[in-house]
Design a binder for this molecule. Structure first.
Ligand SMILES: Nc1nc2c(c(=O)[nH]1)N[C@H]1C(S)=C(S)[C@@H](COP(=O)(O)O)O[C@H]1N2
Ligand SMILES: [Mo]
Length: 352
């Protein structure tokens, strides 16, 4: 290694522990990103990008160190194949992440590069823990307590930040699809394009007969309601961005019922603090009462009656929330003291 490069590389344990830290931050912010739809939380995605890109120079330093040991088959032990696998998955996660950020597309059917990135990212956690079981070395004071190491860290983060900025510039200059990315990484659908029907899970009910359907409002209320389709008085409208975690977003005009007015008609008790929106399939999500007051239960999309695939007869429009929280085929509005903990399972397994 060139002497000048040598001076840039921290001691081995520092490299390894930095890899652990940056990977941990990248995985944690990646997972947190699923739930983030409000622009005020955009920093989480920046931290994700900077942590992710900081992994790359650390990986280069690490590969240079272990290359000789990897080439010599006699130096392999039982844990080596797993380490190689972890390295491959980490490189794949980085490549798909950068590819998506630059606007690359891949012929993956319904899958996007972002889906692949998420898959590799989620694999890193268990692989890393298994790797640490055999390769764990405690960090010693002298690995971190020096001015040089502090400077190396600062340089790493600065380089990561500069690379993120540069990637965005390149995507904008090349006018790749990433040029119209939202802070969540999602790309804008073309204006004329119909919304794709996205059911995250096996959630696929039969078309709903409005004559046999009722909407109930119950739970922490003094006056439970049961409304038929003909009782609905849709008069509210909202433009809102539907942003799916599979990587697309679209701003559309939705019309329907004001959820706040509906909830208030049922007279929430003093204890009511959350509103859980239930689908006929069991799929559900909860919003704080104050936020639910600003949401819409839509009956129409862009002036047309909702299609079955988009949740007819009623679907939640929750501005600044991610698409998976916009419950389709709504049949129940439940007022609660606390959010419904079973929603976390329900969004994965409803319809199975
Ligand atoms: N009941 C139910 N609602 C659902 C889903 C689902 O699978 N079941 N998918 C969610 C996801 S992941 C997204 S992105 C949006 C997509 O809405 P659309 O199909 O109308 O475009 O609906 C959400 N609402
Ligand atoms: Mo989604």
């Amino acid at each position: 290694m060139a002497p000048v490069l040598d001076r840039l590389v921290p001691p081995p344990r520092t490299v390894d522990w930095s890899l652990f830290a940056t990977t941990g931050v990248a995985v944690a912010t990646g997972i947190a990103g699923f739930w983030i739809g409000h622009p005020s939380d955009a920093a989480v995605f920046w931290v994700h990008a900077v942590a992710g890109l900081s992994i790359l120079p650390l990986l280069v330093a690490k590969f240079r160190r272990v290359a000789a040991r990897l080439r010599d088959r006699r130096a392999w032990d039982r844990a080596t194949p797993l380490s190689v696998c972890l390295a491959a998955v980490a490189v794949a996660a980085g490549a798909t992440g950068v590819g998506w950020a630059l606007g690359a597309t891949a012929p993956l059917g319904v899958w996007t590069l972002l889906n692949l990135h998420i898959l590799f990212g989620l694999l890193i956690g268990p692989l890393l823990l298994a790797h640490l079981r055999s390769r764990f070395r405690p960090l010693r004071g002298r690995d971190v307590r020096s001015r040089r190491v502090a400077l190396q860290y600062a340089g790493l983060v600065a380089a990561g930040g500069a690379t993120v900025w540069l990637l965005r510039r390149v995507a904008t200059l090349l006018e790749t699809p990433a040029a119209t990315r939202r802070f969540t990484g999602s790309r804008e659908l073309d204006d004329g394009d119909a919304l794709p029907v996205t059911s995250w899970v096996a959630d696929d009910p039969d078309p709903i007969d409005p004559g046999a359907w009722t909407l109930t409002v119950d739970g922490e209320v003094d006056r439970p309601l049961a409304l038929g389709a003909e009782d609905l008085r849709p008069g509210a409208a909202r433009r809102a961005v539907l942003d799916c975690t599979s990587g697309w977003y679209a701003e559309r005009e939705w019309q329907g019922l004001d959820l706040g007015a509906l909830v208030d008609a049922a007279e929430p008790t003093a204890d009511a603090a959350w509103v859980t929106i239930h689908s006929v399939t069991g799929y559900r999500w909860s919003l704080p009462l104050s936020e639910a007051r600003g949401a819409l239960l839509a009956t129409r999309l862009s002036g047309e009656r909702l299609e079955h695939g988009h949740g007819y007869p009623l679907r939640l429009v929750a501005p600044d929330r991610r698409g998976f929280q916009w419950v389709k085929w709504v049949e129940r509005v439940e007022l609660r003291r606390r959010p419904d903990p079973r929603q976390w399972l329900a969004v994965f397994v409803s319809g199975v």
